[in-house]
Design a protein around this ligand. Structure first.
Ligand code: AMP
Length: 192
Protein backbone atom coordinates (compact mmCIF):
# COMPACT_ATOMS: atom_id res chain seq x y z
CA UNK A 1 0.00 0.00 0.00
CA UNK A 2 1.26 3.44 -0.85
CA UNK A 3 -0.03 6.33 1.23
CA UNK A 4 0.98 9.99 1.50
CA UNK A 5 0.16 11.78 4.77
CA UNK A 6 -0.52 15.49 4.47
CA UNK A 7 -1.20 17.95 7.25
CA UNK A 8 0.09 20.98 9.11
CA UNK A 9 3.02 20.60 11.51
CA UNK A 10 1.53 19.08 14.66
CA UNK A 11 -1.37 17.45 12.79
CA UNK A 12 -0.17 14.01 13.92
CA UNK A 13 1.66 12.71 10.83
CA UNK A 14 4.56 11.45 12.93
CA UNK A 15 2.21 9.67 15.33
CA UNK A 16 -0.11 8.18 12.72
CA UNK A 17 2.61 7.35 10.18
CA UNK A 18 4.12 4.32 11.95
CA UNK A 19 0.71 3.04 13.09
CA UNK A 20 -0.81 3.20 9.61
CA UNK A 21 2.34 1.69 8.11
CA UNK A 22 2.08 -1.29 10.46
CA UNK A 23 -1.61 -1.69 9.73
CA UNK A 24 -1.12 -1.74 5.98
CA UNK A 25 2.15 -3.71 5.96
CA UNK A 26 4.10 -0.73 4.62
CA UNK A 27 7.20 1.23 5.67
CA UNK A 28 6.94 4.61 7.38
CA UNK A 29 9.21 7.09 5.60
CA UNK A 30 9.49 10.52 7.25
CA UNK A 31 11.58 13.24 5.64
CA UNK A 32 11.69 15.16 8.95
CA UNK A 33 13.07 12.09 10.75
CA UNK A 34 15.60 11.42 7.99
CA UNK A 35 16.77 15.04 8.22
CA UNK A 36 16.99 15.01 12.03
CA UNK A 37 18.98 11.77 11.81
CA UNK A 38 21.50 13.41 9.44
CA UNK A 39 21.73 16.48 11.70
CA UNK A 40 22.24 14.39 14.86
CA UNK A 41 24.91 12.33 13.08
CA UNK A 42 26.78 15.48 12.07
CA UNK A 43 27.03 14.28 8.47
CA UNK A 44 27.87 16.63 5.61
CA UNK A 45 24.22 16.58 4.58
CA UNK A 46 23.21 17.20 8.19
CA UNK A 47 25.38 20.29 8.35
CA UNK A 48 23.92 21.51 5.09
CA UNK A 49 20.29 21.22 6.23
CA UNK A 50 20.58 22.15 9.91
CA UNK A 51 19.94 25.87 9.52
CA UNK A 52 16.82 25.33 7.39
CA UNK A 53 15.29 22.85 9.81
CA UNK A 54 16.10 24.96 12.87
CA UNK A 55 14.54 28.03 11.26
CA UNK A 56 11.44 26.11 10.14
CA UNK A 57 12.22 26.80 6.47
CA UNK A 58 11.86 24.19 3.74
CA UNK A 59 15.07 22.38 2.82
CA UNK A 60 15.90 22.79 -0.92
CA UNK A 61 13.99 20.37 -3.13
CA UNK A 62 17.02 18.65 -4.69
CA UNK A 63 18.37 17.72 -1.24
CA UNK A 64 15.00 16.22 -0.31
CA UNK A 65 14.85 14.15 -3.52
CA UNK A 66 18.34 12.81 -2.88
CA UNK A 67 17.49 12.04 0.77
CA UNK A 68 14.37 10.08 -0.23
CA UNK A 69 15.72 8.22 -3.25
CA UNK A 70 16.98 5.06 -1.52
CA UNK A 71 14.38 4.72 1.29
CA UNK A 72 11.38 5.33 -0.95
CA UNK A 73 12.58 2.95 -3.64
CA UNK A 74 13.18 0.24 -1.04
CA UNK A 75 9.79 0.80 0.59
CA UNK A 76 7.92 0.81 -2.72
CA UNK A 77 9.55 -2.52 -3.58
CA UNK A 78 8.48 -4.20 -0.31
CA UNK A 79 4.95 -3.63 0.97
CA UNK A 80 4.71 0.05 0.08
CA UNK A 81 5.15 3.28 1.98
CA UNK A 82 3.47 5.71 4.32
CA UNK A 83 5.17 8.93 3.36
CA UNK A 84 5.16 11.61 6.04
CA UNK A 85 6.45 15.15 5.44
CA UNK A 86 6.77 14.87 1.66
CA UNK A 87 5.78 16.47 -0.62
CA UNK A 88 5.80 19.91 0.99
CA UNK A 89 5.28 22.10 -2.09
CA UNK A 90 3.83 21.89 -5.58
CA UNK A 91 7.17 21.36 -7.31
CA UNK A 92 7.94 18.36 -5.08
CA UNK A 93 4.45 16.97 -5.69
CA UNK A 94 4.59 17.36 -9.47
CA UNK A 95 8.08 15.94 -9.76
CA UNK A 96 7.33 13.01 -7.43
CA UNK A 97 4.06 12.25 -9.23
CA UNK A 98 5.76 12.18 -12.62
CA UNK A 99 8.67 10.03 -11.44
CA UNK A 100 6.44 7.62 -9.50
CA UNK A 101 4.10 7.27 -12.45
CA UNK A 102 6.99 6.16 -14.64
CA UNK A 103 7.96 3.57 -12.05
CA UNK A 104 4.33 2.52 -11.44
CA UNK A 105 4.55 3.35 -7.74
CA UNK A 106 2.27 6.36 -7.31
CA UNK A 107 0.32 6.69 -4.06
CA UNK A 108 -2.97 4.80 -3.73
CA UNK A 109 -4.35 7.51 -1.45
CA UNK A 110 -3.38 10.80 0.17
CA UNK A 111 -4.62 11.31 3.73
CA UNK A 112 -5.13 14.88 4.85
CA UNK A 113 -5.00 15.17 8.66
CA UNK A 114 -7.12 18.29 9.17
CA UNK A 115 -6.54 20.44 12.27
CA UNK A 116 -7.19 24.14 12.93
CA UNK A 117 -4.17 26.42 13.50
CA UNK A 118 -5.02 27.00 17.18
CA UNK A 119 -4.68 23.31 17.93
CA UNK A 120 -1.40 23.22 16.00
CA UNK A 121 -0.08 26.05 18.20
CA UNK A 122 -1.15 24.24 21.38
CA UNK A 123 0.34 20.92 20.30
CA UNK A 124 3.66 22.31 19.05
CA UNK A 125 4.12 24.48 22.14
CA UNK A 126 3.62 21.34 24.25
CA UNK A 127 6.00 19.28 22.12
CA UNK A 128 8.84 21.74 22.76
CA UNK A 129 9.26 20.14 26.19
CA UNK A 130 10.34 16.94 24.41
CA UNK A 131 13.28 18.61 22.77
CA UNK A 132 12.43 19.41 19.15
CA UNK A 133 14.31 22.65 18.63
CA UNK A 134 12.03 23.76 15.81
CA UNK A 135 9.05 23.51 18.20
CA UNK A 136 10.45 25.64 21.00
CA UNK A 137 10.40 29.09 19.43
CA UNK A 138 6.97 30.69 18.82
CA UNK A 139 8.36 32.59 15.80
CA UNK A 140 9.53 29.33 14.24
CA UNK A 141 6.14 27.72 14.89
CA UNK A 142 4.39 30.65 13.17
CA UNK A 143 6.80 30.43 10.21
CA UNK A 144 6.13 26.71 9.82
CA UNK A 145 2.39 27.36 9.87
CA UNK A 146 2.72 30.12 7.27
CA UNK A 147 4.81 27.89 5.02
CA UNK A 148 2.28 25.09 5.46
CA UNK A 149 -0.56 27.35 4.29
CA UNK A 150 1.31 28.94 1.39
CA UNK A 151 3.40 26.03 0.07
CA UNK A 152 1.82 22.77 1.26
CA UNK A 153 -1.92 23.40 1.48
CA UNK A 154 -2.24 23.81 -2.33
CA UNK A 155 -1.39 20.10 -2.55
CA UNK A 156 -4.90 19.33 -1.31
CA UNK A 157 -6.21 20.54 -4.69
CA UNK A 158 -3.39 18.79 -6.56
CA UNK A 159 -4.33 15.40 -5.09
CA UNK A 160 -8.05 16.16 -4.88
CA UNK A 161 -8.21 16.74 -8.63
CA UNK A 162 -6.50 13.38 -9.16
CA UNK A 163 -9.11 11.60 -7.06
CA UNK A 164 -6.62 10.58 -4.38
CA UNK A 165 -7.53 12.78 -1.41
CA UNK A 166 -9.11 11.46 1.79
CA UNK A 167 -9.67 14.03 4.54
CA UNK A 168 -9.69 12.92 8.17
CA UNK A 169 -10.61 15.13 11.12
CA UNK A 170 -7.45 15.01 13.24
CA UNK A 171 -8.54 16.88 16.38
CA UNK A 172 -9.45 13.84 18.48
CA UNK A 173 -7.23 11.47 20.45
CA UNK A 174 -4.53 9.57 18.52
CA UNK A 175 -6.65 6.39 18.69
CA UNK A 176 -9.69 8.19 17.28
CA UNK A 177 -7.66 9.65 14.43
CA UNK A 178 -6.15 6.24 13.64
CA UNK A 179 -9.60 4.65 13.55
CA UNK A 180 -10.97 7.40 11.29
CA UNK A 181 -7.99 7.15 8.94
CA UNK A 182 -8.20 3.36 8.70
CA UNK A 183 -11.96 3.52 8.10
CA UNK A 184 -11.53 6.09 5.34
CA UNK A 185 -8.64 4.19 3.76
CA UNK A 186 -10.26 0.78 4.00
CA UNK A 187 -12.89 1.93 1.54
CA UNK A 188 -10.07 2.22 -0.97
CA UNK A 189 -7.43 -0.25 0.13
CA UNK A 190 -7.55 -3.87 1.21
CA UNK A 191 -5.88 -4.19 4.66
CA UNK A 192 -3.08 -6.76 4.99
P1 AMP B 1 8.65 17.52 9.94
O1 AMP B 1 9.23 16.56 10.92
O2 AMP B 1 7.94 16.84 8.79
O3 AMP B 1 7.80 18.58 10.59
O4 AMP B 1 9.89 18.29 9.24
C1 AMP B 1 10.76 19.07 10.02
C2 AMP B 1 11.50 20.03 9.13
O5 AMP B 1 12.26 19.32 8.13
C3 AMP B 1 10.63 21.00 8.32
O6 AMP B 1 10.25 22.13 9.08
C4 AMP B 1 11.58 21.36 7.17
O7 AMP B 1 12.59 22.24 7.61
C5 AMP B 1 12.26 20.02 6.89
N1 AMP B 1 11.52 19.20 5.90
C6 AMP B 1 10.87 18.03 6.12
N2 AMP B 1 10.33 17.53 5.00
C7 AMP B 1 10.63 18.43 4.02
C8 AMP B 1 10.33 18.50 2.62
N3 AMP B 1 9.60 17.56 2.00
N4 AMP B 1 10.79 19.58 1.94
C9 AMP B 1 11.53 20.53 2.53
N5 AMP B 1 11.83 20.54 3.85
C10 AMP B 1 11.40 19.50 4.59
Amino acid sequence: MRIILLGAPGSGKGTQGPILARHFGATHVSTGELLRHEIAGGTELGQLVRSYVQAGELVPDEIIFELLRVPITAAAASGGYVLDGFPRNLLQAEEAYARAELAGVNADAVVNLAVPDDIVRERLGGRAAFGRADDSDPDVIERRLRIYHSATEPLLDFYGSRGLLVTVKATGSPDEVTAAAIAALSDRLPAH
